[in-house]
Design a protein around this ligand. Structure first.
Ligand code: RIB
Ligand code: CA
Length: 323
């Protein structure tokens, strides 16, 4: 399966990259960065570093440094100043560079080079995908599948009371993409808050019982352990959950395991401004009469046994050793 990932590489994005890289059926063609959890240069650096350390040969392209209209909101309190649970400067510089091509151009070029073969997974704000849609809608329509982590319907929001972060950061981009009529699978908080990696499941693995290193060097397990440790500490302080929500890895799992999600098809509208900014709402069918799509496949649940098995086999054991 050819895959492209558009990411605001923070901590759960990083786990999603490890999951994709650890999946033999995936040919990861490219990773594109977008501003979100951290400024885009930090996200790009993290994509490059992880791609290198995982021995990947994906190309990395830098994307938009800001939303279409709104000013950028980051989540560095959740993901750390370096986007991977540490302070700025505590990670090694990558040895590779991003290609010159802007992310939105790459996001239109690849599906035209491999029409109907590429799965696009997005785990950040939808700015790059919206720019790609504006530049060449037929190219974006040439993806085999588009899987988007974002939104909150019946579940509480995590950015304010009703909005999920990726949608909140760039609601205009989200409205453009989710209203496009394309064949999109949306993985909102309604599903991802049921996908939790507990601290006990992590520390059951030998190398994960080590202390997070202040300066993890070019060691994937040290980088990932410190990142996940930070992510879980934040979640514990915020809600008492002794674990971390696997928002982005669940979006990748949706590409890997047919049927892992329980979805309902609906039209989706996005609130752009005001107290409900970033809210995703079920829209009446006539609101999108113009598009021919069946609407968006929205996930409201998932098979957690299959998901945890995937995490154990393709992330935790390879990175942190046996239980
Ligand atoms: O709301 C969760 C999403 O926002 C995840 O993709 C997380 O990485 C942040 O981007
Ligand atoms: Ca993300």
């Amino acid at each position: 399966m050819k895959m492209v990932m558009d990411m605001d590489t923070g901590i759960d994005d990083a786990i999603a990259i490890v999951l994709a890289a650890g999946s033999p059926e995936v040919e990861l063609l490219a990773i594109t960065s977008v501003a979100g959890n951290a400024p885009v240069d930090v996200c790009t650096r993290n994509c490059l570093l992880l791609n290198e350390l995982l021995g990947g040969d994906a190309v990395v392209a830098a994307g938009s440094d800001r939303p279409l209209v709104k000013s950028l909101l980051t989540a560095q309190e959740v993901h750390g100043a370096d986007g991977l649970g540490g302070h700025a400067g505590s990670l090694p510089a990558p040895a590779t560079n991003a290609i010159d091509e802007p992310a939105f151009e790459l996001l239109t070029r690849l599906p035209m080079e491999h029409p109907g073969e590429v799965t696009l997974v997005t785990t950040g704000p939808l700015t790059n995908v919206a720019l790609a849609l504006r530049a060449d809608p037929d190219a974006v329509a040439a993806y085999a599948r588009i899987i988007i982590m974002g939104g909150a319907f019946d579940a509480p929001g995590n950015t304010g009371t009703v909005a999920e972060f990726n949608i909140y950061v760039d609601p205009e981009a989200a409205a453009l993409v989710l209203g496009s009529g394309l064949d999109i699978t949306l993985v909102p908080l309604d599903a991802t808050t049921g996908a939790v990696l507990t601290r006990s499941a992590l520390t059951a693995h030998e190398r994960a019982r080590g202390l997070p290193l202040e300066r993890p060097g070019r060691d994937v397990s040290a980088i990932l352990h410190r990142a996940i440790d930070h992510y879980m500490d934040f979640q514990f302080d915020e809600s008492g959950l002794d674990g971390g929500y696997m928002h982005d890895p669940l979006a990748v799992a949706a590409a890997l395991v047919p049927g892992i999600l329980e979805t309902h098809d609906m039209r989706v509208d996005v609130v752009g401004n005001g107290s409900d900014r970033g809210r995703t709402v079920r829209a009446p069918v006539q609101a999108h009469a113009a598009d021919q799509g069946r609407g968006v496949h929205v996930a409201f649940g998932h098979n957690d046994g299959a998901f945890i098995q995937l995490l154990e086999g393709r992330v935790l054991r390879p990175v942190f050793g046996p239980r």
